[in-house]
Design a protein around this ligand. Structure first.
Ligand SMILES: [Ca+2]
Ligand SMILES: [Ca+2]
Ligand SMILES: [Ca+2]
Length: 277
């Protein structure tokens, strides 16, 4: 009996221990829940970190702002309006155009004898600008001669010089020189012995002439002037500039230009495109 009781007591103890063990294990189960809560609490402060993440987009917004500022800065630097002063002297007459628009025309009629005046004109433009010039040596008719029938009957000669100044800086930004594109559209007489004819008749040998007229669209910026290679620099001693020429302070780089022949080239067209440096 005692053994039986001992066994029963032992079983009771074992059951008791087992029950305690199960209770202990069962008691552990809620613990992970507590841990999970604490993890959630730990992630809660992590959720607070998006605040700096929010401030990052603000930084991106700030870097986006300079873009429109740069866009606003580009147009004014691309084409500012500049005031230019054009100074020119011609033997005998010229007209200057900004593209198709007349800037200045020689104020003295070409029919005025010995018109050696200079002209100064101020205008506004933006780079790049295309300047177009009509240059004329005086001629009485298509023989190309002047003082016809007098003892001074002659072919007459031409010459042209120009400089362009940026009024704001005082800097000379363009001058007449060999780089210009020029073409001769009136040539006479084709035979220089015409000069000695007692009765020179235009179009009759030796007083033949060439009159091409102005080509269509020659003043437009995209006109192809690649064949305009008549531009010739002449020495002052050959042109003998006078009168108005001496009233202008010429930049040393400004040169007297004309067609190849100062005498028989009577009407010349010239083009130059000026870009900012
Ligand atoms: Ca003149
Ligand atoms: Ca002349
Ligand atoms: Ca001439």
């Amino acid at each position: 009996m005692t053994r039986m009781l001992n066994k029963q007591i032992l079983h009771l103890i074992l059951f008791g221990l087992l029950a305690v063990a199960i209770t202990a294990c069962g008691g552990d189960e809620p613990m992970p829940t507590a841990t999970a809560v604490s993890i959630e609490q730990n992630t809660a402060p992590n959720n607070a970190e998006p605040t700096p993440t929010v401030s990052e987009p603000e930084n991106i917004t700030v870097t986006e702002e300079p873009d429109p500022v740069e866009t606003e800065t580009i147009p004014p630097t691309a084409a500012p309006v500049i005031t230019f002063q054009l100074e020119a002297w011609a033997d005998n007459w010229f007209a200057a155009y900004l593209g198709e628009e007349l800037i200045v025309e020689d104020s003295v009629s070409i029919t005025t004898e010995r018109s050696f005046n200079a002209e100064t004109a101020v205008f506004e433009a933006s780079y790049p600008l295309t300047l177009n010039f009509i240059l004329k040596d005086f001629k009485e008719n298509d023989t190309g001669l002047e003082y016809i029938g007098t003892n001074r009957q002659q072919m007459g000669d031409g010459g042209f010089i120009m400089q362009l100044t940026d009024v704001g800086t005082g800097k000379v930004v363009a001058v007449s020189n060999a780089d210009w594109a020029c073409t001769v559209i009136h040539e006479a007489p084709l035979d220089k012995s015409c000069e000695n004819e007692s009765n020179p008749v235009a179009g009759t040998a030796p007083c033949a002439f060439i009159d091409l007229g102005e080509p269509d669209g020659w003043k437009s910026a995209d006109f192809d002037d690649s064949s305009w290679t008549a531009t010739t620099v002449h020495a002052a001693s050959a042109v003998s500039p006078k009168d108005g020429y001496n009233q202008i302070s010429w930049n040393p780089s400004a040169e007297l230009i004309w067609g190849p022949d100062l005498e028989t080239d009577n009407t010349i067209l010239c083009r130059v495109t000026i870009s900012s440096e």
